[in-house]
Write a protein that binds this ligand. Sequence first.
Ligand code: DGY
Length: 319
Amino acid sequence: MTKPNLLVTRRLPEAVEVRALHDYHATLNLADTPTTPASILAASAGMDAILCCTSDRLDAATIAALPACVRVISTFSVGTDHIDLAAAKARGIPVCNTPDVLTEATAELSMLLILAASRRAGEGERMVRADAWTGWAPTQLMGRQVSGKRLGIFGMGRIGQSLARMARGFNMTVHYRNRSRLAPELEQGAVYHDNDAHFLAQCDVLALNAPGGAATLKWLNADRIAMLPRGAVVTNAARGTLVDDDALIAALTSGHVSFAGLDVFAGEPAIHPGYRALENTVLLPHLGSATIETRDAMGHLALDGVDAVLAGRVPGNLV
Ligand code: DGY
């Protein structure tokens, strides 16, 4: 039996590529060259399925122009904001993603941002690496204690809930803002807020963990930043589009926001240059799900979705 044709847009973990090559006529991106909509279109000729990533842009025009043979798009990500879902629906192309398997890794990364930003780990690391450390000093790089503080989580989905569990280990009080209130067994004592002003006033640390897209575009703007207590710490492990960069940079400059830990950026990898100029930022290259275990699981789940659609089944990871 002939194997279906699968386009894999970027390098994937070895075990996932081995499976893709075993089960499909897989076209791999061995040079791991970043894609453009045009390169995806060119490569999708004759493909039954596309396994893409968060760094690929499948906008409405690209999806509209995909060849008729493409029967499924499966993304190696939980986020789907890089794919125009309405355009895929209009074409009758199901989209699969990778929920659940990256929850703990991304929550860990959120916790890392909270700790690294609050405790000035980025500045310390840069100092030691630049051979600029002249020795221990009582007032050197004093940060903000995390233990016992109030953590506000914007977006209390799976990742937000996992972050809340981790934060309780630091004796943090958890507040959250979400589309709807969680059931008590999921809330685990976290305090729900039904408006931004009440929520933001409680945030010694604000962690952004909500999906990207139109509904959250520049949610953290100057007005909402002004509602934070002076000296709050801001972290973002979700999508850069949630933040109005000019407003956050102004707040980091004035000290209204003391530190920020950012793993994601609007327009990444071309980040707003203002962030690089600030010492009080910890800047990471979108590492949320980047553990060996998680990236393997994401790849296999993305392939499960392709397998299911091409076999005429409804995938468990259908968006
Ligand atoms: C996702 O899954 O959406 C992450 O941003 C990439 O792992």
